[in-house]
Design a binder for this molecule. Sequence first.
Ligand SMILES: Nc1ncnc2c1ncn2[C@@H]1O[C@H](COP(=O)(O)OP(=O)(O)OP(=O)(O)O)[C@@H](O)[C@H]1O
Length: 136
Amino acid sequence: MKCFHFSNGEKREDEDGVISRVSKVSWARSLSVASSSVDIRRSEFDSDLSRELSDTVTFHEFLSQRRSNDLRVFTFSELKLATRGFSRALMIGEGGFGCVYRGVVRISDDDPDAKLDVAIKQLNRNGMQARPSFPF
Ligand SMILES: Nc1ncnc2c1ncn2[C@@H]1O[C@H](COP(=O)(O)OP(=O)(O)OP(=O)(O)O)[C@@H](O)[C@H]1O
């Protein structure tokens, strides 16, 4: 699943009205859409890639790069709306990093009827895989 982490860095609004938070982020091999979680959690890193990129790429730059590949960036508000506030009635599964919800998102600004069923994972700051496997 594709996912990226939102952090609690500086808030910035770009020319398209997409609000992002600017801070250093690290790249995860398996990216999924993050939501309300404001912590940066390191998960499955591609060690080579993260070594090359993680300390130099800001979240805003990350979004820009994804856009240049024609990938749509959703705001947290859009994802919240799509899942009716992350309603438990729409929950379709749960992984080690959080719950997965069924949602419907608009896929075109021109056509309000163009919609797509999607699965949206809300990263859980207390996800099981974030816990240490041994006591400190
Ligand atoms: N695209 C999807 N369509 C339908 N159900 C999905 C989809 N993605 C996830 N699910 C459901 O959510 C559950 C958890 O998915 P998730 O991707 O979180 O699993 P995971 O890879 O084990 O999680 P994690 O990466 O957090 O360890 C799946 O077992 C499945 O039931």
